[in-house]
Structures are given as C-alpha cells and as structure tokens.
Design a protein around this ligand. Structure first.
Ligand SMILES: Cc1ncc(C[n+]2csc(CCOP(=O)(O)OP(=O)(O)O)c2C)c(N)n1
Length: 320
C-alpha cells in the first residue's frame, strides 16, 4: 500500500514536470482494496486479476514494477510501447490482465477466463474490479449473470468510492449496499470496509476458497473513498470538504500501520526503513523509465490491430 501511494506521489511530481503523457489517475485512499484483494490470490494456482484505474496496488502486488508504471505514464518504450498509457497494461505470465477501457467489458472477458479454468478443471480463480459507476453498465450485468448461471470461479469487487467522475453514488443506484445486487443473481454478496486491508483480504480469500470448491462467484462491495479527483485535471470541487476530511481520518495505510505497531508486528523503525527503501527503489525506477527511449515512430501502427492488417492496408503500414 505504501509503495502504491509513493509511486503515485512520484507520478504527481513527474506530471508537474510535464513528463506524464495524458492524465494521472490516483488511487489514494483505495490502496487497501486493491492490495488486500490481490494479496488474497494464489498466482501459483493460476489465479488472474484484472485491475482497472484505481487498482495500481493490485498491479504492483501481482508483480507489475514501478519502472513499468513510470514507462507507461511517460509513453516510453515500456510494456505497451506507447500504444496505451497509465496502468493500461497487463502481463498474463504474471497473472494480471490489462484493462479494456469500456467500463464493465472486463467482466464478461474475465468470465471467459474463469470458464476456461472450469472446463480444464484447473484451480484458478478470476478476480475482476469495477467502480460504482461502471457497475451500472450492461456488460456488468451480463457478465455477472453469466458467472452465476455457469457457477464460474469468479469474483467481482465493486469499489464503491463515493463518486463516478462527478456523479455521487446515490445518483448511481437506489441501493445503499451494492452487495444487495447479488440477490438478483442468486450468488453471495458481501460488503466490506475497503479501507481495512485485512478485511478485504479475508473477504477475497473466502470468495476465492468458495470459487475453488466449485461453488461459483461472489460479489464483494468494498466501501472506500476516492480521495483525489477523477484524474489530475479534476479538482473535485463537487466533493464536500467534510467528506474528504472524514475519509482522510480512515486512511488505509495509517490504519494498517497502527495495527502493525499495536500488535508488535512492526516497529516504527521497521516502517521508516521500509519507506526509505521504497524511496531509493523509486529513484532508480524513475531513472530507468526516464532513460527508456520513446517508441520508434515508424512502428506506431504495429501491434494496434493484428499486424497483417497493417501490411494489407498501405495507409496502416509502418511509415519508413
Ligand atoms: C462504458 C464507459 N462509459 C464511460 C467511460 C468514461 N469513464 C471512464 S472512468 C469513468 C468514471 C468511472 O466511475 P466509477 O466506475 O465509479 O470508477 P471510479 O473512477 O470512481 O474508480 C468514466 C465515466 C468509460 N470508460 N466506459
């Protein structure tokens, strides 16, 4: 969680320096949801996650590196070689899949992966994330219904962070608990404190165990708060300041550090040392990303569509 926060803080600096291409999407306040859930997966059993914009913590937990994240944000010759930005990248060999931008579309897609696990009798579980806003889209319903009727090893986490861009949650749904939607699909639904990383871990672990036992999907609503605007350009003037203060006091990192200190699992010195290590590692990662060249312009049209399309259509062919 601390690594996630610090990567985004570094990105804030890079953005101010004009080095970030496109916008910067923060997940501040939501690290407990992303990290707790991804940590509950068992990559060696084949489990796969599909992180979206507020889930940098899941990307890093699954083995995405800060260097890759910086390269993506700077459109360098990194994971997607400038074809995609921010955390729109995946590494199937490291068990995380890059997102399709159209909100909700990852749900049927991840159901396909879950169906593959089931048909091959493999123990893997597919975990998908969606925001409160994205949960209103058609594919969310279609996907979850499909997962339910086919008893797929699938988990959907609805990250209820109070806003979808500027639309507050009460304009998104008449329900006060998104987990109540599970009833309509005939599957279990739980609401969890998304700022309690251990609670998120436990709920996801339980859902993964169920899925592995062949008992089908679970819907988890993680209640949290988007502490920054939709992206760097959004000053979230529409969010009451009292709400930001209230949720700031429930910061998932501070809460977990308190737990570690109170239970004696870590000392202040341990935490300080960890933060120093992260600082040093991120300096290296930024330097690596800055030293990475921009992708070759002549290749810009390759790997966007299937490459033979570029070869067949002269106007799509690489520019020489
Ligand atoms: C189908 C679709 N509609 C609109 C968008 C543009 N869009 C991207 S993120 C976003 C807000 C999403 O809100 P929410 O799902 O609550 O997630 P949050 O940003 O709060 O994490 C919108 C409208 C999109 N990507 N896909």
């Amino acid at each position: 969680m601390r690594l996630t926060r610090m990567v985004e803080e570094k990105l804030g600096i890079l953005s101010t320096q004009g080095k970030v291409i496109g916008s910067l999407y923060r997940s501040m306040g939501q690290e407990g949801t992303a990290v707790g859930s991804a940590f509950a997966l068992e990559p060696e059993m084949g489990d796969v996650a599909a992180p979206i914009l507020r889930d940098l913590g899941a990307v890093l937990t699954m083995g995405g590196t800060p260097t890759e994240v910086f390269q993506q944000y700077m459109a360098k010759n990194g994971p997607t070689r400038g074809r995609e930005l921010n955390i729109h990248f995946g590494a199937p060999e490291r068990n995380f899949i890059g997102p399709v931008s159209m909100l909700g579309e990852m749900i049927p897609l991840m159901c396909g992966i879950a169906l593959g696990f089931k048909m091959r009798k493999q123990p893997g579980v597919a975990l998908c994330y969606i925001g409160d806003g994205g949960s209103s889209t058609g594919p969310t319903h279609e996907g979850l219904n499909l997962a339910a009727v086919l008893d797929l090893p699938f988990i959907l986490i609805i990250e209820n962070n109070g806003y979808a861009y500027s639309t507050p949650t009460e304009r998104q749904s008449r329900l006060t608990r998104f987990s109540d939607r599970a009833l309509a699909y005939g599957i279990p639904g739980v609401t969890v404190d998304g700022n309690d990383v251990v609670a998120v871990w436990e709920a996801t672990r339980e859902a993964a165990d169920r899925a592995r036992r062949g008992e089908g999907p679970t819907l988890i609503e993680s209640v949290t708060f988007r502490m920054k605007g939709h992206a760097q350009h959004d000053n979230q003037a529409y969010v009451p300041i009292e709400d930001i203060e209230e949720w700031g006091a429930k910061d998932p990192i501070v809460r977990h550090e308190r737990l570690l200190l109170e239970t004696g699992m870590a000392s202040l010195g341990d935490i300080d040392a960890m933060v120093s290590d992260i600082h040093a590692a991120l300096d290296v990662a930024v330097a690596e990303a800055e030293a990475t060249p921009m992708p070759e312009g002549s290749t810009a049209l390759l790997d966007v569509f299937e490459n033979s399309v570029a070869e067949r259509k002269p106007w799509l062919a690489p520019i020489s």
